[in-house]
Design a protein around this ligand. Sequence first.
Ligand code: GAL
Length: 807
Amino acid sequence: MNKWIVGVALLISQISLAQVRVVTELTDNWKFKKGAQALASQVNFNDKGWQKVQVPHDWAIYGPFDKEIDKQVVAIEQNNEKVASEKTGRTGSLPYIGEAWYRNEFTLPHYKKGQKVLIVFEGAMSEPKVFVNGQKVGDWAYGYSYFYFDITNQIQEGKKNTLAVQLSNQGQSSRWYPGAGLYRKVQVVVKNPESIDQWGTFVTTPYISSALAKVNVKTKASGENVRLVTQVRDAKGTTVAIDSTGKRFGKEFEQNLAVANPQLWSPETPYLYTAVTKLYVGNQLKDEVTTRFGIREISYKSSVGFSLNGKVRKFKGVCLHHDLGPLGAAVNKAALRRQMQILKDMGADAIRSSHNMPSMEQLELADEMGFMFLAESFDEWAKPKVKNGYNRFFSEYAEKDVVNLVQATRNHPSIVMWSSGNEVPDQWGAEGVKRAKWLQDIFHREDPTRPVTVGMDQVKATMASGFGALLDIPGLNYRTHLYEEAYKAFPQGLILGSETASTVSSRGIYKFPVEKGIEKQYPDFQSSSYDLEYCSWSNLPEDDFVLQDDKPWVIGEFVWTGFDYLGEPTPYDDKWPSRSSYFGINDLAGLPKDRFYLYRSRWNTNQETLHILPHWNWAGREGQTTPVFVYTNYDSAELFINGKSQGIQKKHNATPQTRYRLMWMDVKYEPGTVKVVAYGKDGKPAATQEIKTAGKPYKLVLQPDRTQISADGKDLSFVTVSVVDKDGNPCPTATDQLTFSVKGAGSYRAACNGDATSLELFHLPTMKLFSGKLVVLVQSGEKAGDIELEVKGKGLQTGELKLKAVK
Ligand code: GAL
C-alpha cells in the first residue's frame, strides 16, 4: 500500500459512523388475495382473512392446470401458421390471468424524518399500481421491468407503514407462462438526502494491461458540498486502490483508479472486485454503496469475431426463460444456482435471458460462477405478437424500461451484450428500422461499452430494409441456410446465432422408426429423444455445430433452450394436456435429456463424455431394429450387444449428424447389456460405458444435489428420485405414483417429473415417475437441524434421506 492510500484509510477510520443507507427486503408479512378488492389500497382495510405469503411469490403456480385458461384461437405467425387453431397450453394453462393484491405492513425503526425513502421492485407481474399509506405512489406496465418510486412523502416516522400493490394480468398477453405476482424482490431503501442515486454507480474498465487496469467509476449523487471516496477492493477484501474527489459535473463524479496486476474476469476465472463508494459532507459519512465488478475486456471485430480479454472465443450459450419449472416465476437463488451448475457441467459459458430482463440473482450468479450474459429486453415492440402484449406499452415505456435495465445491471461483468428485441414483427417496415436505431441509441447512451443485438427471424426483410445493417451485432434466430447470405449482406463482418436448434424431445422417450421429422406428433404427445425432431423454422443441433466450427465469422450460439419451461408446448401447441415445452436440453425438472450429452461432448472440453441411448428396456421389440446412438467426445467407438460386436463407428463428414454422433442404425433389440468402448486417438480403448435391461422396479433411490443447505427459509435441496431393480439397474420406463413427506428442520416444497403433459400439481406431495425419475425440492426452515425426506411408492422399498439445515 502506498502512503497516500494509508493516509486516506486512516482518515476514514477516524470518522464517526454516521447513519448511512439501510436496505430492507420485504420478504415476510405479506398478505395476498386474488380478485379485485375495493379499497384494498387503504390503510384501514381489513385483510385479516387474506392468505399469508412470502415474496418472491407466484400466485399462479399452484394451479390447477385448466385447458380453458388463456385458450387462444390464433395462427402463430412466427411459426409460419396461416390458419387459426385452438392453442391450449400456450401460457402453461395456469391461472395467471386477473387482478390480485398484495399488502404489507412494515416499520422502519432506523428512519428519521428528513431522510429519503425509495421502494424498489425487481419485477412485478404485471401492470403494478403501488400505494403507500393509502396514497398512490406510482404505476408501471411491463411485468419484467425493474422500477422504483420515491415514497419519502408517504412514509411515517416511528409508525407502521402500509404498502399495497395491485397487479393485473390480461389474457393473450404472453407467448409463454409469464408467472403472476410479486415474483422478484421488493426492497425499501432509506438514505440521507445527501446520497448516491439509485443505480447511480457505473464502473467500467477502459484500459487493461497485465501490469495495470484503469477502473473508471462514475457516480451520480444528490446533496450539496459532497465529496466521494472510492475504494477498490480485491476478492479478499484488501483495498488495492483509492480515490477521493469533490469535483462534480451536475450530479456526476468521475474517478479513475489504477489497479496493479489486475485479475481478469472470465467464465473460467470469474474474479470479482468491489468498488466501495462513500459520500461525505465534511467528515460526516452520508452514504455508502458497494458495487461488485470485474476487470475484463470485450471486443467484437469484423473478421476476428468476439474476444474476451484478447482471446477469440465463441459463445457456447443457452437461452433461458425466467420460470423455474415447479417454482414458477418466483425467483429462487438455489434453483438458479443448480441450473447454472448443470450448465457448467455441460460446458456452457453463456446465457441469454429470453426474452426479458434477467433477475438480479441470476446475474449475481453469472458473475460469480462465470457465465457471459446476453441481457434481453423485449419480445415485442410496437407491433403485436399477442393481442395484449408489450405493444400496448411500447411508446410510453420502452425508453424507461431500457434505461432501468441498463442502469440496474451494467456493473455486472457477466453482461457482454444487450438485446433490444426478439423476432419483433417490427422487422417489417420502415418504422421498425427507426425503432431499432432508436432503441440501440438508448442502450449506447446508457452504456457505451457493450454492443446491441436483435434476434432476427425475418432475415431477408432485414437485409432489404437496413434493419440488420444498423445493429451492432446481427443476431440470427435459426435460418441456418441464410447465415452465409446475411454475412455477405450485412456490414458487421460477423453473425451471432442468437437463437439456435429448437430441437424437441421428451426425456427418456424414444420413437420408431428412427428418422428425421418436422413437428412430428405421437399419440402420447411426447417427442423422441433420438434428437432428430425439430420445427419447420428450426433445425437439429449439428446444423449449428457445422456453422460454428466452419465459419470463423460466426461468433457463437444460444441454444433454444437450456431447460424446458412452462407454456409453448410445440409441437403440441393445440393438444391438451401438453402444457410445457419440449425444447429443453434439460427437462422441466432440470434432469438432463440425451441432448445434454451431445452438447457436453462438444462444449465440456475438460471432461470425458460417453453416453449411450436409448435405454434398453424394449419388451416386445425383440428382433426389431432399435438404433443405438453414442454422444461422446471420442472420435470412434465399438458397440457390443450382449458381448457381440456391432462394429466400429467413426465420426465422419457424410452428414451433420455423422460428424458429431456415433450411430449404429441396424441394431436388433435383444434384452441384456449394451456396451460401448471408445477409442482414443492412438486407436486403443480409452473408455467404456454400459447400460442394462432392468428388471421390475424394486427400490427408490434418492440423490440430493446438496446434503447441507442454509437455514434461511429459502434454500433448496433438489433430490433426484429414481427407481431401480433388485440389482440396482435404473428402471427407465417406470411411472409409479410416489408420495413424499418431509420432517424436521425443513419442508416439502415441490416436485417435478419433466412430463410436459402432466397435470399433477407441483406443490402437492405426490407425483408419478416419468421415465423412471422425478425431482423433489426440499426447502429449509429458519432453524438449523436435520431434515428427513421419505419417498414411498406401492410395492417399492421406501427411499429415505437425511439433509441438514445449517445457520
Ligand atoms: C423462436 C422464438 C422463441 C420460441 C422459439 C421456439 O422463434 O424466439 O421465443 O418461440 O422460436 O422454437
